[in-house]
Design a protein around this ligand. Structure first.
Ligand code: SF4
Ligand code: MSK
Length: 659
């Protein structure tokens, strides 16, 4: 049967570019996905495939069938999922390790162009890890923080230090279930060992080890990455930015940074402002140098420096198709190999910079934090030299204003100021029902679904239902493209209670919290909400849900797993990688809910994602004995009509009014 033609994107800028690719006959992820016939056994829809040893590969397509070694369907499904989680945790954590090495070089005075930009954050991080700060030199503290971070990757025994920042009840659960991670690398290695042929063969046991590995990412590698990025480049607070392909400029040298690491991109931000390089660009006929980002490198520099984002994951090829990009500089993760093929139709130079990533056909200029500024200037100069080779351009005039940069520190600050930073107003708004609950919409684009459509269907429906949305990664960029990251924008589309809160504090209805490693900021926000009081005493008590409706990467599975193990209900879209195994579906659902108070489900339909999200939020509200959500209670003024209180029994009147 012919495959039904799916609308590739709801983004008019993407549609404009895709019309051009049709004319030019250039393939993109959109066209390749449309022609793709997925292996339904490999993706878990109609079976499972194991290739963990060379007696196989073994394809299991019926319940009861086993591999040559006797491995059952659920063992294979659990092993495959655990390996994917370990790969995701490894990617995030290795990013954290590189930042720790950069911090170490800063402490030793060996990192050209870097410094500790946020001393307050350095002191806060040091305090979290028990590092003394009183009367000590900043570089001495920096050295101790860097040494502590580096040691946690290779630590063999004990527990990761950040675990102690979780609610006490949560720490107890981890210890009782023996999933408190000992060291970051150790947990990843152990998954590879356990899933090697002839090792751990109990699905539930394998998945518990996967939880420990995911926790070593969320409360380890990723949390270090976020904190060290803030120390080196500044803790984000709201800035004004711009999103979508229209940020590219016809009359300037366009450089795009893409991937995940802020280390080199921050140096390029400095280099493009160098008057000598601007003058050099002008000498070549350009009006100036325009820097933009893609994916999470974009998030990193947009939320700190206001550098525009040319778009999310599926925009990487489309940006090249404008013909206006002189250089695309990539580091690690989410970089399509097709970039060099697409670029070969234009003058664009693809430059790989990570010692870990080379792409055949790309120029490799290896990044080294000891000479970062020199490397950044070289790259900018190459891009300027390439401007003369530019041909016809097609830049869609489509972009949207955004206000990203809601770090957990800023969220506390915006609710109580510098001296009284607090989560009390947010908790109170949930307690009274002005805000029904909180949802985190995170994660990728996936060409298996119409680009941005599931993110936006889900986000817009939740906002109408007074659910505050926080967002990271490519989901956040999607929200930005449609105006939900603007302060005043979209408030006519949100419920009355949420609108009142947004107007009072002066925040957009969707809060951009950063890149995909910054999902740890969500863990911190939830921990602070739990300890603030009024919403139980653990993350699992809070009326909150995590969503990754267009996920594609193994990192998304690691994030989902650490969020579940931290007590959250997580719904991922697209399809389940373990759909064919009822046993593993039950383990990550019912069994994890009993153990952790959180569960992982895969739901493709946006309406069903919204229904389950609201049902869960209302269930948590009821368990906390909060008033049931009622949108009619909060009028245009935001005040609850007094009549509402008079109709309640006296005791409840007092409780509702005085808390
Ligand atoms: Fe087949 Fe077992 Fe080898 Fe997997 S480990 S490929 S199931 S024989
Ligand atoms: S970049 S992991 S596509 S969010 Fe972080 Fe986007 Fe997903 Fe990559």
């Amino acid at each position: 049967m012919a495959k039904e033609k799916m609308t590739p994107s709801i983004d008019p800028a993407a549609c404009y570019m895709l019309d051009i690719t049709d004319v030019m006959g250039i393939s993109t992820a959109f066209s390749r996905a449309a022609d793709h016939k997925p292996c339904t056994i490999g993706n878990g829809q109609s079976g499972m495939c194991c290739k963990n040893c060379y007696m196989g590969p073994c394809r299991i397509t019926k319940v009861g069938q086993v591999g040559i070694c006797g491995a059952t369907l659920e063992t294979i499904a659990a092993r495959n999922l655990a390996r994917a989680i370990a790969a995701g945790a490894a990617a995030h954590s290795d990013h954290g390790r590189d930042l720790a090495f950069t911090l170490d070089a800063v402490a030793k005075g060996e990192a050209q162009g870097y410094e500790v930009r946020d001393v307050a954050k350095l002191l806060a991080v040091a305090a979290k890890h028990g590092i003394p700060t009183k009367d000590r030199d900043v570089l001495e503290i920096t050295q101790d923080v860097a040494t502590k971070a580096i040691s946690e990757f290779g630590q063999q025994r004990g527990e990761l230090s950040y675990l102690s920042t979780a609610p006490e009840k949560r720490q107890k659960i981890w210890r009782e279930l023996k999933v408190a991670p000992r060291g970051i690398d150790r947990e990843v290695v152990e998954i590879l060992h356990r899933t090697h042929m002839g090792d751990d063969q109990d699905a539930s046991h394998i998945m518990l080890a996967a939880v420990r590995t995911a926790l070593s990412d969320g409360w380890g590698g990723s949390m270090w990455a976020t904190d060290i990025s803030d120390i080196l480049f500044g803790t984000p607070s709201p800035v004004v930015g711009q999103v979508n392909l229209g940020v590219l400029k016809d009359d300037e040298v366009n450089i795009i940074v893409h991937g995940h690491e802020p280390t080199l991109s921050e140096m390029i931000v400095t280099a493009v402002q160098d008057p000598k390089l601007i003058e050099y660009a002008q000498s070549k006929g350009a009006k100036g140098i325009n820097l933009a980002g893609i994916c999470c490198t974009a998030n990193e520099i947009m939320m700190r420096q206001g550098i525009p984002s040319a778009g999310n994951f599926l925009h990487q090829e489309l940006a090249l198709l404008t013909g206006a990009v002189e250089a695309m500089v990539v580091d690690v993760q989410c970089i399509m190999q097709s970039l060099t093929a697409v670029a070969s139709n234009f003058h664009t130079e693809i430059i790989t910079t990570s010692p870990k990533v080379k792409i055949t056909g790309a120029t490799h200029i290896e990044f080294d934090e000891h000479h970062a500024m020199d490397i950044a200037r070289d790259i900018v100069r190459r891009a300027i030299d390439n401007y003369a080779n530019r041909g016809e351009t097609h830049i869609p005039e489509i972009s949207e204003r955004v206000a990203p940069g809601f770090s957990h520190e800023y969220i506390g600050y915006m609710q109580g100021g510098y001296y009284r930073s607090s989560f009390r107003p947010l908790n109170d708004a949930i307690v009274t029902g002005r805000i029904r609950g909180v949802a985190a919409d995170v994660g990728c684009n996936n060409p298996a679904v119409t680009q941005d459509s599931v993110h936006m269907d889900v986000i817009s429906e939740l906002l109408k239902n007074d659910v505050l949305v926080v967002s990271t990664g490519c989901g956040a960029i999607a929200a930005g493209k449609y105006g939900y990251l603007r302060g005043e924008a979209g408030l006519d589309k949100v419920g009355p209670g949420l609108r009142e809160i947004c107007e009072t504090i002066g925040i957009p209805p969707v809060l951009h919290l950063g890149s995909c490693v910054d999902n740890t900021r969500i863990l911190t926000v939830l921990s602070q909400m739990a300890t603030e009081g009024g919403l139980g005493d653990d993350i699992s008590d809070i009326p909150a849900v995590g969503l990754a409706p267009e996920w594609m990467s193994e990192k998304a599975l690691a994030i989902a797993t650490y969020a579940v193990a931290s007590g959250a209900y997580v719904i991922m879209g697209v399809r389940s990688p373990v759909e064919f195994s009822d046993t593993v579906t039950d383990i990550i659902g019912k069994e994890w809910e009993e153990k952790f108070g959180g569960k992982l489900e895969f739901v493709a339909e946006p309406a069903e994602i919204v229904r389950r999200t609201l049902e869960h939020i209302d269930k948590k509200r009821a368990a906390l004995k909060l008033p049931p959500y009622d949108p009619t209670r909060h009028g245009a003024s935001g005040d609850v009509p007094l009549q509402y209180y008079f109709e309640l029994p006296l005791e409840q009147q007092m409780a509702e009014i005085y808390g």
